[in-house]
Each structure stands twice: as structure tokens, then as C-alpha cells.
Write a protein that binds this ligand. Structure first.
Ligand SMILES: Cc1cc2nc3c(=O)[nH]c(=O)nc-3n(C[C@H](O)[C@H](O)[C@H](O)COP(=O)(O)OP(=O)(O)OC[C@H]3O[C@@H](n4cnc5c(N)ncnc54)[C@H](O)[C@@H]3O)c2cc1C
Length: 441
């Protein structure tokens, strides 16, 4: 491997964090991971577990010269029980590949992210990733039935249960889900994969204000019930950004807010009737100004691509500061207004979009160029304000290297102390993903 090859493992997706590791190891089996960690632990060598390297909080790249252990070659599907829907695979399977494999068998991965073609299922589990299907299927804590992980000292912890019901002692798998590679290295996963919906509808609606967005969302919950599978929102500045950077236009013209509502179910006639009744109601209640609906897969993908491609625009900007927070629903959009007031003319634009159905806001600040003093002006403000509004400073991306220093705004001191105790028990020499999650002081 030459230095150019090393670069892609040392730099994160948005090129905001860069390490300088000279070693990338690519084990193929759990035994090889175990040998690597055992050696590193004995020799006090720090390790950075890496999946698809799509972390947006600097979790997946080394901070200094930690040894990168990549799951790139751990990509075997081990088994699928088509009746229970339980898939067992290695941690390095790419999310989209798993989904394609399941599609042929009438099943679906209960997770969908914009970077599905790159991220690994092990990375998804390690970050407790959310994404587009969380409203319907819940998070990884609910969908991971079992897993296998390797402790820092090389010991293999076998929690690779494939039964939905198993209340025999502590549910240790939860220690590894969402702990961002700080407590162990996940090697295998048993995932519950539900049946693929036969009928899918997507409505893209234009609305005049955020109050109407919330009222429409409430009606969608009440009237679409069990078939409601995603509710995402984009403000008008997001839509301008998409048009400028991605040259994609809304098929329904410009509106202060766009709401994307998806249903997935098993009966086309039943689902369309529900969706049509819902649309009649929101039109008659003067909640929406315009809208379009799609049931054909190609049209559905075209609508989703508007939303999913927002992040492609970042690489075409001078710089974007990117925040992923969740807020009590009544404060969901006020944080965007607060940030606009805070920034004044210090940036190009502030915009907000995200998984409204999960109260998850992606707040972006676009600038002509990266300036550290601006970052120092934005970050304490946004994280403090989110904490004041009783939100979470990381809804779905984790803490990584970037957010670690703000952990005390997210968790009480007693919880942080317990987290540190757990870390000490599982990784006493602190070799696994050091400098991540926790404040460094
Ligand atoms: C365009 C784009 C869209 C995104 N959309 C979403 C979204 O909708 N929802 C969402 O939640 N996130 C999203 N993300 C963030 C990111 O994709 C997720 O956090 C994803 O789960 C990371 O998977 P990965 O395989 O790339 O892991 P990596 O980025 O490689 O690693 C993430 C973290 O997990 C650790 N890790 C990785 N593999 C293992 C392992 N086998 N064992 C132990 N630790 C491990 C790493 O050390 C790191 O701390 C998005 C990112 C991009 C770039």
C-alpha cells in the first residue's frame, strides 16, 4: 500500500478531520481481529476501528497515528432465515449490498442512509445510525438481535443471538451498539429484516409556514397510521441550496417549506385510499399550497433524490458547518431562526432540513471559506442553545472526535462517570478509539 492509498483511510468524508496513520490492517475473520487487538493491547498501541469511513463527526479516522483496522474485507453474508427475517453477516457488508441481497428475497434492511453505497453495517451498528426508515422500523438498538464483538484485549464476546426473545441476563449487545468503537470491535451482526413493502407512495407537499408543517405531520400520523414510513422536511433555503449546487428543482415550485411524506404497506388499494383521503383533508384544511404524489418506483426515487442529495452540495461550497441535533418538536425550527439571528451577515446562508418524523434537524451554515474563528463562534452557541431547548446535540451521528468536548452539555456528570467506568472495564489500557466521545481533559 502506498501513501496515496493511506490517504483515504486517514481523511473523513467531508475532509474536515485528518489523521496520520501509517498502518491500515484489513482482517478477514474474527480470529484475525482478535489477534490484532491482543497484540495492540499488549504493546499499548492505539487502534481506530473503521467501516465505510462515512462518519461526519470525525469518529472513523485516527486523530494521530492510531492503527486503522478496517472491516473492508469482512463482507460475508453468513445466513438468512427467510421466515424470521434474521440475517447474520460480517460487519464489513456494505449497507446497499445487503439491501439488494434482501430485495431478491422479499425483505428489506430496516435502515436507509444517503451514503448506503459506502457505509458498512458494522459502522451503522457502532453509531446506532438512524436515517430515513427510523420512523417506521426504529433504531439499531431495536433491530440488532445479536452481535459478536472483540474486546480490546482480543477476547471474543459472543452475543450473536438469533432469537427475538431472550431474557437471560444482561443484554450486553447494547454496550457495543452506538459506542462508536470505544468499547469493542464488532465483527458479526444478527439483524432483523422486515418484509419489503409491496406498495409505496411518496407525497411532496409545499407549505406556507412551520405551524402548517406540524399540523400536516399530526394529520399524517393520525390518518396514515401504520403505513406512515418517513416524514422529512426541507426549508426554502435548503431548496435554494439544492438548486444552486445540484441543479435539481422542486417539481412543485418554491414554498417556505417542503414536506416529504412516505407510506409503505402491503396493499396498494388500501394504502392509496388512505393517502388520497389524507391529501383531500390537508387540501380542504388549507394546510398545503401545492403538492405531487408518486407511486412508481422511478418517480419515488426522483423525489427522494432531492432530499438525499443535499449533502452532495457540500463539496461544491467554500465550507459548510454541519449539525445534527434533535429537539422537542415545538422547538424544531426555532433553532434555525435563532442561528440565523446569531450569524447575521457572517455567513452565506443558514438552512434546516431533516427527519421531522424523528424530531431530527440537520442545521447547516454555508460560508465562502473555512474560518476557525467562525467555528468557535458557532459551536458553543448551537450546542448550548440545543441543550437549553432540552434537545440532543447529536441525534444520529454520534460524538466522534468533533463533538466529544461537548459531552458535558449532553449528559449529566453521573452518566459520564459511569460511561468512563465502563470504558475502563472493557478497555483498561484505552487503546480503542482514544480521543473520541469523551472530552480530552
Ligand atoms: C452522505 C451521508 C449521509 C448520512 N446520512 C446519515 C443518516 O441519515 N443517518 C445517520 O445516522 N448517519 C448518517 N450519516 C453518517 C454515517 O454514515 C453513519 O454514522 C454510518 O453509520 C457510519 O457507517 P460507516 O461504516 O461509514 O462507519 P465509519 O464512519 O467507518 O465509523 C463510524 C464509527 O464507528 C466505529 N466503527 C466502525 N466500524 C466498527 C466496527 N466494526 N466495530 C466497532 N466500531 C466501529 C468507528 O470507529 C467510528 O467511530 C451520513 C453520512 C454521510 C456522508
Amino acid at each position: 500500500m502506498d501513501l496515496c492509498d493511506l490517504e483515504k483511510y486517514n481523511v473523513d468524508w467531508y475532509t474536515q478531520v485528518r489523521g496520520c496513520s501509517a498502518i491500515v490492517l484489513k482482517p478477514k475473520t474474527t480470529e484475525e481481529v482478535s489477534q490484532i487487538l491482543s497484540f495492540c493491547d499488549k504493546n499499548r498501541l492505539a487502534v481506530c476501528p473503521q467501516g465505510g469511513n462515512t462518519s461526519v463527526v470525525g469518529g472513523s479516522v485516527p486523530v494521530f497515528d492510531e492503527i486503522i483496522v478496517s472491516t473492508e474485507l469482512m463482507n460475508e453474508i453468513i445466513s438468512l432465515d427467510e421466515t424470521s427475517g434474521i440475517l447474520v453477516c460480517q460487519a464489513g457488508c456494505i449497507l446497499e449490498n445487503l439491501n439488494n441481497y434482501l430485495a431478491d428475497r422479499g425483505l428489506i434492511v430496516p435502515l436507509d442512509l444517503g451514503c448506503k453505497g459506502t457505509c458498512h453495517i458494522g459502522g451503522n451498528v457502532s453509531t446506532n445510525a438512524g436515517g430515513m426508515r427510523l420512523l417506521r422500523y426504529g433504531n439499531m438498538h431495536g433491530n440488532v438481535i445479536g452481535l459478536e464483538a472483540v474486546k480490546a484485549n482480543g477476547e471474543v464476546i459472543d452475543c450473536l443471538n438469533t432469537l427475538k426473545k431472550d431474557n437471560t441476563g444482561y443484554h450486553l449487545k447494547h454496550l457495543f451498539i452506538g459506542s462508536e468503537g470505544s468499547l469493542g470491535f464488532i465483527t458479526k451482526i444478527a439483524l432483523h429484516c422486515p418484509p419489503r413493502s409491496k406498495s409505496r407512495n411518496v407525497a411532496l407537499l409545499g407549505l406556507q409556514d412551520f405551524d402548517k408543517v406540524l399540523r400536516t405531520f399530526r394529520k399524517a400520523q393520525a390518518q396514515l397510521g401504520e403505513i406512515l414510513s418517513a416524514v422529512d422536511v426541507m426549508d426554502s433555503v435548503t431548496m435554494d441550496f439544492i438548486e444552486d449546487k445540484n441543479h435539481q428543482q422542486s417539481p412543485i415550485g418554491s414554498h417556505p417549506f417542503h414536506l416529504l411524506i412516505e407510506t409503505s404497506g402491503s396493499n396498494e388499494v388500501h394504502d392509496s385510499e388512505k393517502v388520497n383521503n389524507f391529501l383531500d383533508d390537508v387540501i380542504n384544511s388549507n394546510l398545503i399550497s401545492n403538492g405531487t404524489m408518486a407511486s412508481e418506483p422511478s418517480k419515488i426515487e426522483a423525489i427522494w433524490s432531492i432530499r438525499e442529495n443535499v449533502s452532495n452540495g457540500y463539496k461544491k461550497c467554500g465550507a459548510v458547518f454541519y449539525y445534527d441535533v434533535s429537539l422537542p418538536i415545538e422547538h424544531y425550527y426555532s433553532l434555525v431562526d435563532d442561528m440565523r439571528n446569531h450569524m447575521g451577515d457572517k455567513c452565506e446562508r443558514v438552512f434546516g432540513y431533516g427527519h421531522l418524523g424523528d424530531s431530527n434537524l440537520h442545521l447547516q451554515i454555508e460560508m465562502k471559506e473555512y474560518r476557525k474563528e467562525l467555528k468557535d463562534y458557532v459551536e458553543p452557541y448551537i450546542f448550548k442553545r440545543t441543550a437549553e431547548l432540552k434537545g440532543s446535540i447529536s441525534a444520529e451521528h454520534g460524538m466522534g472526535f468533533i463533538k466529544g468536548k461537548y459531552l458535558n452539555l449532553a449528559k449529566p456528570a453521573s452518566s459520564i462517570a459511569l460511561m468512563r467506568e465502563l470504558k475502563k472495564i472493557l478497555d483498561p489500557n484505552g487503546i480503542l478509539n482514544p480521543y473520541k466521545i469523551f472530552p480530552s481533559h
